[in-house]
Design a protein around this ligand. Structure first.
Ligand SMILES: Cc1cc2nc3c(=O)[nH]c(=O)nc-3n(C[C@H](O)[C@H](O)[C@H](O)COP(=O)(O)OP(=O)(O)OC[C@H]3O[C@@H](n4cnc5c(N)ncnc54)[C@H](O)[C@@H]3O)c2cc1C
Ligand code: FES
Length: 292
């Protein structure tokens, strides 16, 4: 059992959690992730490490409420416990002295980007960060990103902050203007990572992306997280999660991520129905009623 010590709803669909997990925190490195199970009947699902404190024995995650599992996790509060957390999993990010780096993030990608930027800075890199969000209402942690980066740019989908609506447009203009970029990292929405990879390819700037296929065991046994990179089959949980964005078969990734949409929607609806039934049952009981 892993106790939640801090919870914050950052924007309407995104939640931050800090939990006690000393064994995982002790070994965590940038680029790694954990697999959680909210309760004993919950499915296993992965979340990137958004931070950790080796001394305090805590880890941090940031998640977008997508369906049943993330909704269940968002229903837990400070003092509640997560049933299982396994990790750290995946290969840590390769961090070297590249020179000028550009770190692009959207939605939950801001989480894993913060420890990565800190590590890049430690290696003497210059970090320009670019944060993409739908609009101001979905923007969070701009201050945190600013506090660790040399330069920060915000790109909003409604065009309300400057000339760009997508991070990839910023990248294209930045590179066309002759700015030196030695490495790009992109974490977050699949389409954002794909567009950024397409934007940097003509300029030959290596672009590392954090892939998020469906995972089950997270140990290379089930084959569920299979992706194609440079024509080779890779298992994201053990060979990744980071790959060269110029070589990823994005079409296959999107197709595989959407493979169980019908079942996922059904699972969510059934869980909602079950909750309603429990509310009805509990409201029949005398005394104080609390619904989990
Ligand atoms: C290495 C890795 C790191 C990730 N890090 C984060 C993170 O830091 N924050 C965050 O919000 N999300 C992250 N994700 C995605 C997250 O795991 C899914 O959003 C979550 O599992 C959705 O589950 P659900 O039941 O709430 O939604 P569902 O309704 O079940 O699914 C919604 C969509 O989420 C994806 N998904 C569903 N089940 C899984 C699964 N077991 N594994 C992976 N994707 C799944 C599918 O594309 C699906 O269409 C990460 C995924 C991977 C592979
Ligand atoms: S999640 Fe099963 S092989 Fe990667």
């Amino acid at each position: 059992m892993y106790k939640i010590v801090k919870k914050e709803v950052l924007v309407p669909n995104t939640v931050y959690l800090k939990a006690e997990a000393p064994e995982i925190a002790r070994k965590a490195e940038p680029g790694q992730f954990v697999i959680l199970r909210v309760d004993e009947v919950g499915e296993r699902f992965p979340l990137s490490l958004a931070g950790w404190d080796k001394k305090a024995g805590t880890l941090e995650v940031l998640f977008l409420i997508m369906g049943r599992s993330t909704m269940k996790l968002s229903a837990l509060g400070e003092g509640d416990c997560i049933r299982d957390i396994v990790g750290p999993l995946g290969r840590p990010t390769e961090i070297e002295s590249y020179g000028d780096t550009l770190c692009v993030c959207s939605t939950f990608g801001v989480g894993p980007m913060i420890p990565l930027i800190k590590a890049l800075k430690k290696k003497g890199n210059k970090v320009t960060s670019v944060m993409e969000a739908k609009d101001e209402a979905f923007l969070f942690w701009e201050d945190r990103l600013k506090s660790v980066s040399d330069e920060t740019h915000v790109v909003l989908g409604d065009g309300s902050r400057g000339e760009y609506r997508r991070a990839s447009e910023f990248l294209t203009k930045h590179l066309k203007s002759g700015n030196k970029v030695d490495r790009v990292f992109a974490f977050g929405r699949v389409f954002m990572m794909m567009e950024c990879s397409q934007a940097t390819k003509p300029f030959g700037v290596k672009t590392i992306v954090g892939l998020t296929p469906i995972m089950v065991d997270g140990t290379g046994m089930c084959g569920c997280c299979r992706v194609s990179v440079g024509g080779e089959t890779k298992f994201t949980c053990v060979d990744g999660p980071e790959f060269d964005g110029h070589s990823v078969d994005w079409g296959l990734l999107v197709k595989r991520k959407r493979a169980y949409l019908r079942e996922e929607a059904l699972a969510f609806d059934l869980w909602q129905l079950d909750k309603l039934r429990r509310i009805a049952e509990l409201s029949e009981l005398p005394g104080r009623v609390s619904v989990v």
